[in-house]
Design a protein around this ligand. Structure first.
Ligand code: F0G
Length: 437
């Protein structure tokens, strides 16, 4: 382990504590789990002072103020300026859309999506990565590593390149999107295709990082989650700190669910909000160990062998389960599941509205639709869904939905390209169809 002094930046004040046994430790090296009981770690923050909206971002260097993560530094760990690796991440748009509200069964003006696909590498992972890689730099790490279903790998590779650090990425062989693999290779990470699924790749990597001086930046890393908190912080800032009734998000490894719970607890503590929205975590039905755990009143938990077309959330044994449970309990939230067909229909609706997202992201809208139909969410509830990644991931899913028949017929709203001879009359017929069809 390389001491902080090796790079001359002060991490002396950074501490983590274990959510299982309460042990406190200095965060002056890689921190992936409690050294005593192996439990999940939380970063300790000094949030004893109340904060007002106008306090946020005050006195920061321009590069940090330009970031939708570091602008909220008053709510983040005190990583020294000189270690911070930032790409002006965050700053993602919030779109109110009545077509999506109608799809979900919600009233006009009741549903918005926050599009995290607008981050530098195309997913919310950049928010966590700027904090994780900055901490890695502050403690003098030489090599950073993750296991990934695609987005984390591209994000880590980009931020490691920005920091001038080596990156090692484990991916389930043949199971991640070509675009994400291309990004990761292009940014220069060392890519290892593991003959197994995501859960197996992460287990293997955790063994490696426990034995060698390799900094693990999967979302079990508590600094990653600190960055991911800013999805919710920036969302509430955009809403003028007016708390919605519910925030819905897809659940895979459950880092985001955990980070959202932490963000809300922090905002309540410093007085920026005065009540909590309900968190709604939506899992793909074929990769859903968290939903039955919730439904059993947190009595029975069993990992599953994951199967879903939503590659990002194809995870059978989420590493952040206890933290995510805490988030759902503290917000009196819900966990639900949706089928791949429901995900695909929600995605087609989001895409057709001109917003677009990757399949896993659409689980948030599909889950809201299901909870409205079940009467769990009222039709006039104000709900925000998080779109976690960009339409340009898993493009094969788009092509499959629009171009290929299902049970001998095109899917609803299928949009098929036409081929014409290179003649004006053929093109004119297409124009006539487009105008009248
Ligand atoms: N949505 C997208 C687009 C993701 O990439 C992920 C996770 C999730 C949702 C689930 O978030 O794990 O915090 O519950 N992707 C990881 C990866 C696992 O490797 O990129 P979670």
């Amino acid at each position: 382990m390389v001491a902080a002094e090796a790079v001359g930046v002060g991490v002396a004040g950074l501490r983590v504590h274990c959510m299982e046994c309460g042990a406190v430790a200095a965060a002056d090296g890689p921190v992936a789990g409690c050294g005593i009981c192996g439990g999940l770690l939380d970063v300790e923050l000094d949030l004893d002072r109340p904060l007002r909206p106008e306090d946020l971002g005050v006195g920061l260097p321009p590069a940090l103020r330009a970031s939708g993560v570091w602008r909220y530094r008053a709510l983040l760990p005190a990583i020294p300026d000189e270690a911070i690796v930032t790409r002006a991440e965050g700053n993602t748009p919030l779109y109110w859309d009545d077509r999506l509200a109608a799809f979900a069964g919600l009233s006009e003006g009741a549903f918005a999506v926050k599009h995290e696909g607008h981050n530098p590498t195309g997913s919310f992972k950049d928010r966590g990565m700027t904090v994780g890689v900055s901490h890695a730099k502050a403690v003098g790490a030489k090599i950073v590593a993750c296991a990934s279903t695609g987005n984390t790998s591209a994000s880590l590779a980009s931020y490691a390149a920005a920091a001038g650090m080596a990156a090692l990425v484990l991916i389930p062989e043949g199971k991640i999107s070509g675009g994400k693999l291309a990004q990761t290779i292009a940014y220069g990470a060392r890519v290892v295709q593991v003959e197994g699924n995501f859960d197996q790749a992460l287990t293997l990597l955790r063994k490696l990082t426990a034995a060698y001086d390799v900094y693990l930046v999967n979302s079990v890393n508590p600094f990653r989650l600190q960055g991911q908190k800013t999805i919710v912080i920036e969302l509430l800032d955009q809403l003028g700190w007016d708390v919605p009734d519910a925030i819905a998000l897809p659940g895979g490894n459950l880092g985001n669910t955990s980070a959202f719970g932490m963000a809300l607890a922090d905002l309540l503590r410093v007085g920026l909000i005065d009540r909590l929205p309900k968190l709604v975590t939506v899992q793909a039905a074929g990769a859903a160990p968290f939903a039955p755990y919730f439904a059993s009143g947190w009595e029975t938990y069993a990992p599953v062998s994951p199967e879903t077309m939503a590659t990002a959330i194809k995870i059978g044994n989420p590493a952040s389960t206890p933290r995510a449970r805490r988030a759902i309990e503290q917000t009196e939230g819900f966990v639900t599941t949706v089928s791949d067909d429901e995900i695909e229909d929600a995605k087609a609706t989001i895409d057709r509205s001109g917003i677009g997202c990757e399949p896993a992201s659409a689980a948030s809208l599909a889950g809201v639709k299901r909870l409205v139909a079940e009467g769990v969410l009222a039709p006039d509830a104000r709900v925000v869904g998080i779109l976690t990644g960009h339409l340009l991931k898993d493009t094969e899913a788009v092509i499959g939905y629009h171009l290929h028949d299902r049970d001998g017929a095109a899917r609803g709203g299928a949009n098929r390209p036409v081929t014409v001879p290179a003649r004006m009359d053929a093109l004119e017929r297409v124009l006539a169809d487009a105008l009248h069809g």
